[in-house]
Design a protein around this ligand. Structure first.
Ligand code: NDP
Length: 331
């Protein structure tokens, strides 16, 4: 069995990842690491995990540990990834990969030098819905993509209204949600973001200056222009992705979510049709692909390079919204 160490007694681990690892059949969570001994012990007890640690090195030395899943707050991802890599453990890290590109580069290089797999838990590219949209685009069903729209304005759940709203290093909605949109669009369009323009709001739910709402336009290498909207403070809004091409339009409704749900329609000259999707838990797929990569079979669903590109675009959007300037990404 593949032995996992959870680094972070977090909500995402609690709600999705313990179960996703458990569902693999050939994996088990051996231990959880928390800065707070009582929180770690309670987490371990709740999920029947044998051990909890406050010290990462001690956890990394746990017998049978092969991989770590890092879901601590963002400023901790870099040091913990490098520590785990140096101990020879494969790393599935949460997004945003890091707070800046130098740190992200160190993580990618550090894992490569240690010979361990680095994967980023950009869950949306694991959704059957997004996989289907990508398939339609690649098959030429809408012709050449010209425009896109991402609707990803949420109401941040009450229990997540902590560091996201007041810690400057959280990066606000830009590093929290927009990174996911970028990763998803790169996956759907097979193209790289080239320029970003953005406007943001802050100070309602977040502390002043930390973005809670973002509207951005991303210009991709292949010429596609995509409008993206993210928000923490938009109750009752719907999510979706629209890709408009020379021959048709795909509209995927309800797909910017952690849950395996949503519908897809394809509209062309002959009219609109519903495209069937066989949904599956996104996080189960993420862990499955990661474990395959650990065994030398392919890559994680999102690689360190993917994480870095999503981060680069998010930082560009942050710069664009703060400076009111269009920002061009390095090639
Ligand atoms: P949480 O706030 O739930 O957890 C982050 C850290 O906060 C934990 O590691 C824990 O520290 C500490 N913490 C947890 N509960 C409490 C508490 N009650 N009181 C005080 N501290 C607490 O964050 P999320 O799970 O929402 O996010 C964690 C990471 O995962 C982030 O990087 C985020 O961007 C990412 N994320 C990714 C998602 C995805 O779908 N890919 C979805 C949601 C988040 P300790 O470990 O020391 O106990």
């Amino acid at each position: 069995k593949i032995g996992w160490i959870l680094v972070g007694a977090s909500t995402v681990a609690r709600e999705w990842m313990v179960d996703a690892i458990g569902q693999q059949g050939d994996a088990e969570v051996l231990a959880v690491v928390s800065r707070d001994a009582a929180r770690g012990a309670a987490f371990a007890e709740q999920f029947g995990i044998a051990a909890s640690y406050t010290d990462l090195d001690a956890a990394l030395a746990h017998p049978g540990a092969d991989a770590v899943y890092i879901s601590t707050t963002n400023e901790l991802h870099m040091a913990q990834t490098l520590q785990a890599a140096r101990a020879g453990k494969h790393v599935l890290c949460e997004k945003p990969l890091a707070l800046n590109l130098d740190d992200a580069r160190r993580m990618v290089d550090g894992c490569a030098e240690a010979g361990v797999v680095l994967g980023i838990n950009h869950h949306l590219r694991n959704a059957a819905s997004h996989g289907k949209v990508r398939e339609l685009i690649r098959a030429g069903d809408i012709g050449q993509p010209l425009y896109g729209r991402v609707l990803h304005a949420n109401n941040l759940p009450q229990h997540l209204r902590g560091w996201r709203l007041d810690a400057p290093e959280s990066g606000g909605v830009t590093l929290d949600m927009f990174v996911h949109d970028v990763d998803t669009l790169r996956f759907l369009l097979d193209s790289e973001p080239r320029h970003v323009t953005a406007c943001a709001t802050s100070g309602g739910m977040t502390v002043a200056g930390l973005e809670e709402g973002l509207m951005a336009v991303i210009e991709f290498d292949n010429g596609t222009l995509v409008q993206v909207h993210d928000a923490f403070n938009a109750p009752h809004s719907l999510s979706g992705v629209e890709i408009i091409g020379t021959k048709g339009t795909i509209f995927a409704t309800g797909v910017m979510t952690q849950r395996p749900v949503g519908t897809i329609s394809l509209t062309r000259e002959a009219g609109s049709i519903d495209i069937p999707v066989e949904h599956e838990n996104l996080y189960v797929r993420s862990v499955r692909a990661f474990q395959r990569a650990m065994r030398g079979e392919g890559q994680p669903a999102a690689t360190g390079d993917d994480g870095m590109r999503a981060l680069a675009t998010a930082l560009a959007a942050q710069q664009a919204s703060r400076s009111h300037q269009r920002v061009t990404l390095a090639g």
